[in-house]
Design a protein around this ligand. Structure first.
Ligand SMILES: Cc1ncc(C[n+]2csc(CCOP(=O)(O)OP(=O)(O)O)c2C)c(N)n1
Ligand SMILES: [Mg+2]
Length: 747
């Protein structure tokens, strides 16, 4: 790996190139950056320690110009393909600056190729004419647990080839190629080609004498081979046998130089894990530590004097020449390549006039209004969806703004005058990137597009839609995107058992808890259109914020830093209240909740709801209100933000900021002590169950805990006890006072 990265960083790369460095190559990456003055000795000495250089390269935690975070294997590989797609997208837009096209490069572990998301990405790349992408596979034939299966390279060649990639196999280094040209060399090459991975590893570990014994035993009977071996001492023989293509800088640099096209290319670089150390080749060498004696011996072999370990030019005969070489290295010539892009002004809030509509349909309408507008922000929006574009209501946006492709593609249905509601014209101007069904690809594209301002200096507002249950299918890639601080809006819709006739396989239960627990994303679940309008408006600004992380003293949320947004929407049409636009309303919606119906001073019951069960909560409140006084209804638009503000305010108080109060604490502050909370949502009851602990109230959490099934919304709400009857019954059973009438029918 050291050779591959040396060839790349000090010979091949240009500043516009971007590299995802595989997790285990983090030390090499940090060392290169240290050599170039971009990493501190303090952080290197503290590698893997608190505040030190990160175990795996991290865009957000490391200081040394990491292009893509890695760690969860497979994701850093695929994200490069999507970064290339984003680069193509920008190159086709009139508003984007002219910039040289960079290579999007991934340094790939051979065992990473087991991850399915890589193959999903290969197929997607093929559909989008992927180019300018290099994957350099560190073919050390080792994973964590052992040695990779024999002949993997043949499958790799076949698979990559099938998707239009060029595959360059770098098996032999320059020394080996020269030896093959000697008399007996052909025999040696055959022997190497037929040597099983395990045996090659064992002999590498054992060293020169072992190589000689084995080779003499197996092919030494041929005089020419004996002479070839005898021309070399044990050390030279070991050097020769270790001189695989991926170990040889000359071979690597030559292979990179030889690429004269922009087709995606996979380099299969044969390497030796732990090369140069006494652990080289041993199958157990992962996380193996050298003994003090081995380390001392290694230091001597490298020619580094004691105490000079951190000296960049130790063991270098001519430090001035080295420095001159480093100064002239093209990749580092422009310094840090972390860009910024101006914020796009957010147009006025787009309110809708519908009297009855679902949040999903409202989302489609708001985007349609943006599509028709001439707002510069709309030009920066790029939408994407894994084959659910129309069914998540992106259709009218796509009809107006078109689909992106590097080359124009006609809409044959339209050309042949076959009526269709969808106009699917592909062109370089298009603003929708249509993906296949693989949700991992959706989140990886959002990760790449959501870093556009930082990677390419151009602001994009990426919006992805997905059926809410299938957020889970792309969850690790979502987490990955957030870890890199990519900025995007993800819309999970439709959601919950409200998707009644679709059945249990399509009904999300736990996704609200994902929204609460996922760092880097603010999750909302509006019930009404005016809430949705306010949230979308706020999101367009929030996505573009880049401030420092001091919490806002009103909410105790880290709103200055900004982040991504997750909207959980529904296909259930709700009758809309009279539109609310005032500032306190907007503030409540964004902070996570507001009083739909303010409780009186003697309130015994408060119903708190999130999402499209608003109508059940409000109906139940009306019915309970006949027998209970002062009942309150708390509209929660974001359990995530209420919860985050609450925990942050508690932390602030523990640290001495006695007056710190969060939104949920303010909302709850007037409630009398004997109050009972009934919470209800179409999702897991734990989403809201914690509300009771804010001020110590008994709480009845209603929600969905088990897989759903087909039926009507009424059937399923009754089945899961999230209908108005269930809320009324909960009030009857648990809150003190006269029995509540109007119980309705319960199962
Ligand atoms: C998704 C995921 N699963 C498991 C791991 C744990 N893990 C880290 S590296 C690795 C395999 C390493 O093999 P390879 O990719 O060949 O890299 P090498 O160690 O040879 O450099 C595994 C299983 C991980 N980081 N991410
Ligand atoms: Mg490996």
């Amino acid at each position: 790996m050291v050779s591959i990265m040396t060839a790349l960083y000090f010979h091949t790369l240009r500043p516009e190139d971007r590299v995802a460095v595989k997790p285990h190559a983090s030390p090499v990456f940090h060392a290169i950056q240290y050599l170039m003055g971009n990493q501190t000795r303090e952080k290197l000495e503290n590698f893997r320690g608190y505040g030190g250089a990160q175990s795996y390269p991290s865009r957000t935690k490391d200081i040394d110009d990491v292009d893509f975070s890695t760690g969860s294997v497979g994701l850093g590989v695929a994200v490069t393909a999507f970064a290339s797609l984003v680069q193509d997208y920008l190159a086709a837009k009139p508003w984007a600056q002219d910039r040289p096209m960079g290579w999007m490069i991934s340094l790939v572990g051979d065992a990473e190729l087991d991850e399915g998301n890589i193959y999903e990405c290969l197929q997607e790349g093929w559909k989008h004419d992927l180019r300018n992408t290099w994957w350099i596979i560190d073919y050390n034939r080792q994973s964590l647990d052992g040695v990779v299966r024999e002949g993997l390279w043949k499958r790799i060649e076949a698979i990559f080839g099938a998707f239009g990639w060029e595959v360059v196999r770098l098996k032999y280094g320059a020394l080996q190629r020269a030896a093959f040209a000697e008399p007996g060399g052909e025999r040696l090459r055959d022997w190497i080609d037929n040597c099983p991975n395990q045996l090659y590893s064992v002999l590498t570990f054992q060293g020169g004498a072992a190589w000689r014994n084995r080779l003499m035993d197996e092919i030494g009977a041929q005089g020419e081979v004996t002479a070839l071996l005898e021309r070399r001492g044990d050390d030279d023989l070991a050097t020769l046998m270790n001189n695989l293509g991926g170990q040889c800088i000359e071979t690597l640099a030559g292979a990179f130089d030889a690429i004269d096209h922009d087709r995606p290319t996979a380099f299969l670089a044969y390497t030796i894990k732990g090369w140069g150390t006494p652990l080289a080749g041993h199958k157990d060498n992962h996380s193996g530590l050298m003994t003090k004696a081995q380390m001392a011996e290694f230091q001597v072999s490298m020619g580094i004097a004691a105490g000079e370990e951190w000296e960049p030019s130790a063991a270098i005969e001519n430090p001035a020449a080295l420095q001159a070489f480093l100064d002239a290295t093209p990749f580092f010539a422009k310094g840090h390549r972390r860009y910024a892009a101006a914020k796009q002004p957010v147009p006025d809030t787009i309110f809708l006039d519908d009297t009855e509509l679902s949040t999903q349909a409202g989302f489609g309408k708001i985007l349609d209004r943006l599509a028709r507008s001439d707002s510069p922000l709309a030009d920066r929006i790029v939408t994407t969806s894994p084959d659910v574009t129309v069914s998540t209501n992106l259709g009218s946006w796509v009809n107006r703004r078109g689909l992106f492709a590097r080359d124009e593609l006609a809409d044959t249905f339209r050309d042949e005058r076959v009526p269709s509601a969808q106009k699917w014209r592909f062109s370089p101007e298009g603003q929708h990137i249509e993906l296949g069904i693989a949700e991992m690809n959706l989140f990886l594209l959002l990760a790449a597009a959501g870093l556009s301002h930082s990677l390419f200096g151009e602001r994009l507002i990426p919006i992805g839609t997905v059926y809410d249950p299938f957020v889970a299918r792309g969850l690790d890639a979502l987490n990955y995107a957030c870890y890199q601080d990519a900025r995007f809006l993800i819309v999970g819709t439709p959601s919950g058992v409200t998707l009644a006739p679709e059945g249990g396989a399509h009904q999300s239960i736990g996704s609200q808890l994902i929204g609460i627990s996922q760092d880097g994303i603010a999750a909302f679940e509006p019930a009404y259109l005016d809430e949705l309008s306010v949230i979308m408006d706020w999101s367009f600004d929030y996505l573009q914020r880049e401030g420092e992380g001091d919490p806002d003293e009103r909410t105790w949320l880290r709103d200055e830093t900004g982040g991504s947004v997750y909207l959980r929407l529904s296909t259930r049409p709700l009758e809309q209240p009279a539109r609310r636009e005032d500032d306190p309303f907007r503030q409540g919606v964004i902070d996570g909740g507001y009083w739909w119906r303010q409780p009186g001073p003697n309130a015994e019951i408060v119903i708190a709801y999130q999402g499209c069960v608003a109508s059940e909560a409000i109906e139940a409140a009306g019915r309970i209100g006949e027998d209970r006084r002062d009942i309150g209804v708390l509209a929660i638009t974001s359990a995530d933000r209420l919860n985050a503000g609450w925990t942050a305010a508690q932390r602030a108080r523990r640290r001495g900021q006695i007056g710190a109060t969060s939104q949920v604490e303010r909302l709850m502050s007037g409630l009398p002590p004997h109050c009972t909370l009934i919470t209800v949502t179409d999702g897991h009851p734990a989403t809201l169950a914690w509300l009771g602990s804010v001020a110590g109230y008994k709480t009845v959490p209603l929600g969905v805990e088990h897989f759903g099934q087909t039926g009507t919304i009424d059937d399923l709400y009754r089945h899961f006890s999230i209908n108005a009857d269930a809320i009324v019954t909960a009030a009857h059973g648990l809150a003190p006072g006269r029995p509540v009438r109007n119980l309705g029918q319960m199962v």
